[in-house]
Design a protein around this ligand. Structure first.
Ligand code: MSP
Length: 623
């Protein structure tokens, strides 16, 4: 085991709000990082957001806000979620940050200088959702994208190409020399046969939109969002030569979903080979969660599980345990709320919670030092370590539960409550030591519970962060026993499900975490005015947008670009009085100047315009 560990999550697109799928990857990465920290390794956990590209530009336009503002708002939602889920990331990288762009540009220049990037022409089938080209063979009948189930577009453009074909052989050699480069093995084999099928040069620039990093010396072209995004893993460390990079890059582990293996296991290593930078140590691809059998999708609200709703009721550990235990890391899983509750009741409440509760109850305020090593603790510790080192958290938890059961069985067999005092104390010390070990071993997955177990045993909490060494209970005065995982009975289950079941039951807006509170001062900085729409026409370049002329009582019309085309016809808008954010910084949206924003209800799509219930003159202030 090397002394350092650098683990990354994918950087998430900001076109969509965070949901269970994103939380899954991030929680797994957090648990692995906590494990490696506990083992004393210097550890670095990176997550972040992927903010450029057509997809994000489209999402911003649909909301009628500039891309940068849209990204800023969405980033807060990701950061908030990681905070609520107690993710201990060491950094959060945004691709819109200068520190990132600098490294992307330097990488591009290097590849261009050595002739690995050249200008050519590209024609092909393009899926906006994937931000990628497909061959006809890869598409479903009717030219449908296999991921997004939407028609692809024919795109022809001048484009820069990365000479990926040149790196086919070196990449295959790397795969041969490093059998663990991609896990699980099935994914590795899939990728190796893809590479053997031949690598073509990759189109790495776009000229049909603007939201991204311009190609150095040719700003009409934007660097392909995947080239931009993948570089985050290096840019966040400051790039080659920077101290963090030197320290952590050679120990990189990329945790990703199986949907993005082609980018991580083919494109990225080829880019790195071309740049002469070392390749990551391992890429681990996990499976895909569905929700009650359905793909998580924007258009099916019931699939959009918001993890923070669950953790608000149960704490973080229950969800973490379920996600990590329920499916092996590479496999797919179906998320069913009832299964989460079932695991809570059986593994957490019955097995672990009971063990702690009974022991502390029987201790009667005193746990003596000592304890016999009769429960197989060291063997379990070795097994858990081996499985976590091998990225198999589900099996690691299964192995750990053997110690939980062994301790429970030991109590059942010894019946300490029937024993005379000295013998009872000895049995309870053994069990207490087992609990201490279980707390330390489960802490990466159940950090809060581990702390509580330590506190209930009466041990100092700062002892709860390390990997267990010797089997010797230090002796303690336990606190009052409190159930760690109160059993969820049928009534409570019904209550919880009613609260957790998302949108169509409760209304889509309810799933959105309320934004942080602001001062009145803050609010008063927003200049809201009554405005009369005098003209509405389609935006020439964007289907969902209108270009409006509004009278805000200023003696001259104002032009506002608004994402109302999905919800209103132009003729329905003219003559309407609406609410205008009059002092929003003007922005150019798809080539047209927009001088303000119109208030409307709806998150991604407009549901209804905010209206005045009586006629008011254009320009009247709203407060
Ligand atoms: N921006 C790219 C990644 C760039 S990395 C250099 C992207 N972003 S994404 O927002 O679409 O997130 C994809 C990742 O989110 C998946 O790879 C996976 O880690 C996670 N998941 C999203 N939905 C998921 C499920 N339904 N199930 C499991 N993980 C899921 O792709």
């Amino acid at each position: 085991m090397s002394e350092r560990f650098y683990i990354t999550t994918p950087i998430y697109y900001v076109n969509d709000a965070p949901h269970l799928g994103h939380a899954y990857t991030t929680i797994v990465a957090d648990a692995l990082a906590r494990y490696h920290r506990a083992r004393g390794q210097e550890t670095y956990l990176l997550t972040g957001t992927d903010e450029h590209g057509q997809k994000v530009e489209d999402a911003a336009q649909a909301r009628g806000v500039p891309a940068r503002l849209h990204a800023d708002q969405m980033v807060e939602r990701f950061k908030d979620m990681w905070k609520q889920l107690d993710i201990k990331n060491d950094d959060f990288i945004r691709t819109t940050e200068d520190r990132h762009k600098k490294v992307v540009v330097a990488l591009w220049q290097r590849l261009a200088q050595q002739g690995d990037i050249y200008l050519g022409e590209y024609e092909g089938w393009y899926c906006r959702g994937c931000e990628a080209f497909y061959t006809e063979l890869q598409l479903e009948p009717g030219l449908i994208c296999p991921q997004h189930k939407q028609p692809v577009e024919r795109l022809k453009e001048q484009s820069y190409f990365f000479r990926m074909s040149k790196y086919e052989k070196p990449l295959l050699e790397h795969y041969e020399k490093h059998p663990d480069f991609v896990r699980p093995e099935a994914r590795r084999n899939e990728i190796v046969s893809f590479i053997r099928g031949g690598l073509r040069d990759l189109s790495v620039s776009r000229s049909t939109f603007k939201w991204g990093i311009p190609v150095p010396n040719d700003p009409g072209h934007i660097i392909y969002v995947w080239i931009d995004a993948l570089t985050n893993y290096v840019s966040a460390l400051g790039g080659p030569g920077a101290p963090l990079y030197e320290k952590f890059w050679p120990h990189a582990v990329h945790l990703i979903g199986k949907d993005i293996i082609r980018f991580h296991c083919v494109y990225w290593p080829c880019m790195l080979l071309a740049a002469g930078w070392p390749l990551p140590r391992t890429i681990v691809a996990h499976g895909w969660w569905t929700v009650r059998g359905q793909k998580i999708s924007k258009s099916i609200p019931a699939t959009r599980v918001d993890p923070t709703r669950i953790t608000a009721d149960l704490g973080n550990d229950g969800l973490r345990y379920f996600l990590l235990r329920e499916i092996p890391l590479g496999g797919d899983g179906d998320f069913v709320y009832e299964s989460l509750i079932a695991r809570w009741n059986s593994d957490l409440a019955n097995d672990l919670g009971n063990l702690v509760n009974r022991t502390i109850g029987m201790a009667k305020g005193e746990l003596a030092p000592g304890g016999a090593d009769v429960l197989g603790g060291p063997a379990v510790r070795a097994r858990v370590a081996e499985l976590l080192d091998g990225f198999q958290p589900s099996r690691a938890l299964e192995a750990l539960w053997e110690l939980v059961r062994a301790a429970n069985n030991y109590i059942a067999q010894k019946e300490p409550f029937r024993l005379p005092a000295p013998e009872r104390a000895a049995v309870l010390s053994t069990v207490a030591e087992a609990i201490r070990w279980i707390a330390l071993l489960c802490a990466p997955v159940l950090p809060d519970s581990a702390r509580r177990m330590y506190a209930q045993l009466g041990l100092a909490p700062d002892q709860g962060e390390t990997w267990p060494q010797a089997w010797a209970y230090p002796g303690s005065r336990p606190a009052k026993a409190e159930p760690l995982f109160p059993r969820i009975d049928e009534r409570r289950q019904a209550e919880l499900l009613a609260r957790w079941l998302p949108p169509e039951a409760v209304g889509a807006e309810a799933t959105v975490a309320p934004p942080a509170a602001i001062d009145l001062d803050h609010f008063q900085k927003i200049d809201l005015r009554v405005a009369l729409i005098t003209e509405a026409r389609k935006h020439p370049k964007a289907e969902k947008l209108y270009v409006l002329s509004v009278d805000a009582g200023e003696g001259r019309p104002r032009q506002v670009v608004a994402g109302l085309a999905g919800a209103y016809k132009p003729e329905d808008l003219v003559g309407r009085r609406v609410i205008l954010v009059a002092n929003l910084k003007p922005a150019t949206i798809r080539g047209i100047l927009s001088e303000g924003m119109i208030l409307a209800a709806g998150e991604d799509e407009v549901v209804a315009l905010a209206a005045l219930d009586r006629e008011a003159q254009p320009g009247v202030k709203i407060r």
